[in-house]
Every structure is written in C-alpha cells, then in structure tokens.
Ligand binder design. Structure first.
Ligand SMILES: [Zn+2]
Length: 243
C-alpha cells in the first residue's frame, strides 16, 4: 500500500506565493488527478521578494506588489486545480476569538548558492518574529475546520533554507502533532522518500501555473528563471516522507 492510498484530502502548507507551484505543483496536479481534494494554505504574500525586471519592476516594495502576488497566487492555484485556498492568520486559519493577523514575508539572504539564511532586517510583523505556538494555533484552527487526511509541507531545512519555509515546517509538525493529523514532508532525494513520484505528465499544467507568477519568475523551456536571474530546472519528481 502506498502513502496516498488511504488519503481522501490533503492540505498543502506553504510560506509564499509560488512555493505551491515550484515545490509541489506537479504533486498537486497529481493529487487532483487522483480525485483527492486538495487545499492550499499560504502564510505570507511574498512581500519581500524581488520582482522580475520588466513591466512589474516598479511594484517592488509597494502595497501594489502584495496585491499583484495575491492575484498571481489565485491564478496559479486555479491552473493547478486548487480551488480552495487559505491565508494563514485569516478565518478559518485563525485561532478562535482572535482578530485577523497578517504574517509578512521575513525576507532572506543567500549564505551560498542554494542555501538561504535570515535577512539582516526583519520587520515586527514577519512570520519568523511570531511566536511559533501562536502560528501553530492558527494552523490547528484550520486543521480542525478541514480535517484533512494528510498535511504536506517542507522538510526541516525548508527545501533550501528560507527562514519562512523552516518556520512553516516547524509549525506544521507542531500543529499536526497536536491534532493527530498525518504529516509528510517533501524530499528531493529518492533515498529519503517513502514514496517517489515521477510526474513529467503534468509538465504543461505546472508550466501554466508557473507562468502565473510573472512578478517572481519567468519560464524558459524546462527551466525557471528567478527574478535575480538564477536558473533551476522545473521540479517534476519529488518524494514524500511520512514523519
Ligand atoms: Zn518560499
């Protein structure tokens, strides 16, 4: 029996708009094609991210960029077949009795190619400044509302070290431990996977979703080109490791 055989619904837990597509786009398309109900939770609006040079450059650092990234996320989620998505800190992903809260992108710096670390300036509303227990309480509220059969999020290194990814891993572990919800992390190495997915058949879907994130990246054939010019292959294979 494989990991997904008993799963009827999945909550994907992500930090920023574009992570759902870059990290789990192919997997999301696969889950949807299997008839599994998939929900998306995004913690921040990617406010600190750079903007692809071009017509949207002027949005960098403005509230208009935040709005643009919300729209881009809507379009990308729709392209992946994810019609139900939530913001962390907003009902129903908010602890009962508390006013809505906006978690902001914490930013990052490159420690070396492929490994990110904390930004030198982190604002007070940043996700990493929030008490992990408070953030976990918001996720617990959503888990109680949706009751998914499985939660999927980053590994403990956050994929490539982004502080917001690492935090969402920790919060997902804490919240799923509290509710008893099964949790699986995304792994890039087949050796670490309980189940490995080769999903090239979903390339067109993933490419369409990536193209929705025009302020963050461009697509060049089988590669993603990030706002800073870094290239990476589109990820079409990934594993799940049940924790
Ligand atoms: Zn991210």
């Amino acid at each position: 029996m494989t990991l997904l055989d008993t799963v009827s619904s999945v909550l994907l837990v992500h930090a920023h708009p574009d992570d759902e597509t870059i990290t789990t786009g192919a997997l999301a398309a696969e889950l949807v094609s299997r008839g599994i109900r998939v929900w998306l939770l995004t913690a921040t609006r990617g406010e600190r991210g750079e903007v692809v040079p071009g017509p949207l450059t002027a949005l960098e650092g403005t509230d208009a960029l935040t709005r643009e990234r919300e729209i881009e996320l809507d379009r990308a989620a729709n392209a992946l077949g994810l019609t139900e998505r939530y913001w962390l800190g907003e009902d129903p992903a908010r602890a009962p009795g508390l006013p809505p809260r906006r978690y902001r992108d914490s930013g990052m710096t490159w420690i070396r190619p492929g490994l990110a670390g904390p930004a030198s300036d982190v604002d007070a509303a940043a996700l990493v400044r929030a008490a992990p227990a408070d953030t976990a309480a918001d996720l617990i509220a959503l888990l109680s509302h949706l009751n998914p059969s499985l939660v999927i999020s980053y590994d403990n290194g956050g994929g490539y070290g982004h502080p917001d990814h690492v935090r969402m891993h920790e919060v997902a572990v804490a919240a799923t431990n509290f509710t008893g919800t099964p949790f699986a992390e995304i792994v890039a190495d087949p050796g670490e996977a309980d189940e490995w997915f080769a999903l090239d058949r979903h390339l067109n879907t993933v490419t369409a979703a990536l193209s929705c994130h025009a302020s963050q990246l461009t697509v060049d054939g089988a590669h993603i080109v990030h706002s800073g010019g870094q290239r990476e292959p589109i990820t079409m294979s990934m594993g799940l490791h049940r924790r």
